[in-house]
Design a protein around this ligand. Structure first.
Ligand SMILES: [Mg+2]
Length: 190
């Protein structure tokens, strides 16, 4: 009789405004100011968010792997390692978005859910921590914990439909349909 070895368990964390107190910059004309954010990350150390960092250490003590999925681009890898290290945040795996700018809205939802699907091939994700709906849409989240105002952690409640959430994040109805279709193909169902 053969038994399949159980998959290691993992807890997923977003980084900005979830584990780290992060400074976001917006252009006067609207939209995220990537160059200013990159300069901030390269030059500035920032404290961890105590409640989430405590949850991370607790998960680690219980034997779960820690995987960080950030929409930060690959180009900020070194700066991100430095900020996390200074804030005393350990991890087993970290995943960056491709390119030089962070994906936002629907693109971020797709990136984060496909990265979780990739992790879930070899790990069992039991919980996800994030501050934004983009951290929770799609499968393989485990229990969803939302960090509110860079301080308290609450169970994530989805108050509107997934389509509406993606539209609120800056997508169109047809774009939201495509994102949801792509997410559905990543797993058996949403
Ligand atoms: Mg975040």
């Amino acid at each position: 009789m053969f038994f399949r070895k159980p998959k290691p368990t993992a807890v997923v964390f977003d980084i900005d405004k979830t584990l780290l107190k992060s400074q976001f910059f917006f252009k006067p004309s609207g939209g995220f100011d990537h160059p200013r954010f990159a300069k901030w990350a390269q030059e500035t150390d920032t404290p961890g968010i105590a409640s989430t960092v405590a949850a991370l250490h607790n998960a680690r003590r219980q034997g779960h792997e820690i995987h960080l999925i950030t929409a930060r681009p690959e180009t900020l890898r070194r700066s991100t390692y430095r900020q996390l290290s200074k804030a005393g945040i350990p991890f087993h795996g970290m995943y960056f978005a491709k390119g030089t700018e962070a994906p936002s809205g629907p693109a971020s939802v797709l990136y984060k859910s496909s990265t979780r699907a990739e992790i879930a091939k070899t790990r069992s994700i039991i919980a996800s921590y994030g501050d934004s709906p983009t951290d929770f849409l799609g499968k393989h989240t485990g229990t969803k914990w939302q960090v509110v105002n860079e301080s308290s952690i609450v169970r994530y409640q989805q108050s509107v439909s997934r389509t509406k959430t993606i539209m609120k994040l800056g997508g169109t109805k047809s774009g939201a349909g495509k994102v949801l279709g792509a997410i559905a193909r990543l797993g058996k169902s949403l």
